[in-house]
Design a protein. Structure first.
Length: 133
């Protein structure tokens, strides 16, 4: 059982995904946007963050970038809807910024749970030093 922070502006998808993860035995906190998600992460302790990429106010790529220097650095799975930029730009960029996995929506429940298990089985990513001022 892991503590997972799920960030997505699509309320229906957020609720369905949270239910799938809870049914698998995980503790799940949810956030409707990146700003709320970052605040929840900083206030608590999560083993994994699953974040949508395209969201208003603060996108998932900004969330991933904002967590690169967190200690401990969280494991991250980035997800993105089926747009013409998702597979060619957003998902590869999420990986380059530090996400351990990047998945295109729609995501089958068994694929989600398998990916979560794989990422949780990996050692946490090393914390990188903040940029010099």
């Amino acid at each position: 059982m892991a503590s997972i922070l799920l960030i997505d502006d699509d309320r229906d998808l957020l609720n369905v995904t949270a239910a799938i993860l809870r049914q698998a035995g995980h503790i799940v906190d949810t956030a409707p946007d990146g700003k709320t998600g970052l605040a929840l992460y900083r206030a608590g302790r999560h083993d994994l963050i699953i974040t949508d990429i395209v969201m208003p106010d603060m996108e998932g790529l900004e969330v991933i970038t904002g967590l690169r220097h967190a200690a401990p650095r969280p494991r991250i799975i980035a997800i993105s809807g089926d747009s013409k930029y998702s597979k060619s730009l957003y998902l590869p960029t999420a990986r380059q910024l530090g996400a351990q996995r990047a998945l295109a929506k729609p995501i089958r429940p068994e694929m989600l749970l398998q990916t979560v298990a794989e990422v949780l089985a990996e050692p946490p990513p090393p914390t990188s030093a903040p940029p010099a001022s």
